[in-house]
Design a protein around this ligand. Sequence first.
Ligand code: SF4
Length: 311
Amino acid sequence: MEFKPVVVLSRCINKEPVRYNGGIVTDDFAKKLEKYVDYITVCPEVDIGMTVPRPTVVLAKINNSIRMIEPTTKTDYTEKLENFSKTFLENIKDVDGFLLKAKSPSCGVSDTKLYQPDLKHTIGKTDGLFSKVAKEKYPYLPIEDEGRLHDFWIRQDFLTKIFTYAEFRHLKKDLKHIKDLIKFHQRHKYLIMLYSPTNLKKMGNTVANWDKLGLDKTVEKYEELLRQTLSKHQTIKSHINVLQHIYGHFSDLLKSGEKRQFHHLLNKLKEDRMYLMVVLEFIRNFVYRFEDEYLSSQKYLNPYPEELQQI
Ligand code: SF4
């Protein structure tokens, strides 16, 4: 692979024992992913000078503001942690996604406990302070925690996005001619359709009419549309739509039993009784059998390295 996604990783995941209790989190998926991505590690709490081990901090809603407080001394770390997060993210040149530690007051993604001002009773869940700043700066990037990535659909979405962003970033670095962007668009046709058939048309028009805007502005507009597209999520329904389009390329060449089998698999997928990977493998077999070059080049069929596939 000529390019690797750049992923910001919470340093306590597989890397260093920097947790409040001196512990480390072992995560097999993050370990497996390491071969295919470049990790930039961060531990916001240690990086602002907190010790290991250290007293725990909590997030509390006080006067309509979310504060990071250490309950025994009532020390407020909010400004320090937010300022660090902003500076850290400003200094990163390239980034395609975030893999952070679940439930942490700094790194948690949507599931960190939020306390009342008494610091004892919870009132809900929220983002950790670092994750909040990352989401503000990169609203279009996948930002997940290691717990959520155990879910097949969330992991599938995360991997698809980090590898697509990385490929586009790589393309942009050396892009000299519109034909490079056209090729990217062709290869990603069904992957873009998966997220937004509407944007697929807009992106196609942008590329086709590139001479009106010129190369640089066309790339800029295309990137904006790509970000909008990848801000959405893939669903079983959107996969079924794409699979039917791909099937349309060779359905005339199939025997009746093969057609029946395809519709049977699709119905089971629709009812969530079938693994997506099984249907994709079924479709891929025909793409290779009929030696369809256009379909073989489609990123939708192989959006990330096969070794990362797991059900
Ligand atoms: S969750 Fe974040 S702040 Fe806490 S130890 Fe891990 S990297 Fe550091």
